[in-house]
Design a protein around this ligand. Sequence first.
Ligand code: KIV
Ligand code: ZN
Length: 519
Amino acid sequence: MNKVRDKLIIFDTTLRDGEQSPGAGMSASDKLRIAKKLEFLGVDVIEAGFAAASPGDFEAVCAIAKSIRNSTVCSLARAKVEDVRKAGEAIAAAPRRRIHTFIATSTLHMEKKLQMTPEQVIARAVEAIRVAKEYTDDIEFSCEDASRSAPEFLYRIIEAAIREGATTINIPDTVGYALPSQFGHFIKDLREHVYNADQAVWSVHCHNDLGLALANSLSGVIHGGARQVECSINGLGERAGNCALEELVMAVKTRNDYFNLGVDINTQQLVPASKLVSSITGFPIQPNKAIVGANAFAHASGIHQDGVLKSKETYEIMTPESVGWKSNRMVLGKLSGRSAFRQRVRELAIPTKSETEIDEAFARFKDLADRKSEIFDEDIQSLFDTRNVVQQAIHFVSLKQSSETGQRPQAEVVYMDHGEERVGRADGNGPVDATFRAIESCAKSGAELLLFSINALTSGAESQGEVTVRLTLGGRVVNGNGSDPDILAASAKAYLDALNKLTNQAERTNPQFGQEPTP
Ligand code: KIV
Ligand code: ZN
């Protein structure tokens, strides 16, 4: 008789660990858009945030809990009663909800960071789980820095956590230190020594500091029997990031002859989800990135091209269509009407709240079609990415710019700042420099520019430029995005978007750095 196929639970942490990556801060509405995309993708558990980080984070988790119906909504909580209560309140509206509580278990973290004894750490974990049970039966417990923790201590704390009611035990490789040949066996050993191991689902959460996050996660699945993997879109996460969801899913699906595991992900949404996260965070995707990079399915060498033309399987182990790559199609043009536009928006599964929102986007579409003859799917998506721009306190109105070989470029930027029109003029080393100086001549933010990057949204010289600007001020780091067929206008929009975020973003606690010693 065939063995029933186990299911591999896909736990996405783009909105929590991903957001901890410097500059990846997202607004509540951005988080909701990503959460809806993750639900559409078929993610089993969405870690919506760390509710205790700030009032804004709490509200963002609440909003996600109210709107997500088909995935479990989870909030992270340090093993502290106040954090667990915040998490429990934030996820209350979700039909399926989880509290994920954690505490560090390595001697290094317990002594230096927590300044707690092992007994105190166990007591805090148990108390957190006891309080979490007041809010949900679905409780995950993580041993932070597990891969550098003593197995004997892990046996004790995990046994106590399961006894208290934890239903998932997560083994993080917090600093990306583990090796694939060892990590899975480390988990197997834990499961063999923890007497109540079979009462919980085992999970892995691997960081990519040595580029081993996917390999370690798969080792946890193959050798350790883990049946949940924590991952994120584009591998976004602290430092070098987490295991990339798209790589994990396609590895398990493509090699299902080996894994024999069920994965309920709608893989055709992988590329759209990747693009959405990239455009919201402003973190570009490297061209050679597996699955979602622009070159992932491109064949440059003659021999490969010849093989692919004769039979795709010669060099392709999966099809571009299966992960959501479509050829750039000219879907609409200047003469397209409202109903064709609405139809394409539906086909692209762009979440919209009302007909008014579609009408407003249609007006922007007409404006764009006047300046660009071919409108691709990416352009339509970008019309919605910019939907809130005009409602922002600081937003772009117009730009005048002149450059000539041998002359310093000049720029004049007109923008609105809380209802007041501002006109800034400046010159600069180049046209982008002049544009940013023109804005700063009025804004006087004092922010430092950390990054300027530009991508073509589609192919062809007519493509819209998609600009990311990263600014820092007073220890805060924010990203701003802007797109426009005129790359200088896109740059000005991105700079102004970042200025909005600098003024709006409140202080937040990083869950892992903010774990203060026991009182
Ligand atoms: O990397 C880590 O240890 C974490 C935990 C909070 C699960 O992100
Ligand atoms: Zn992590």
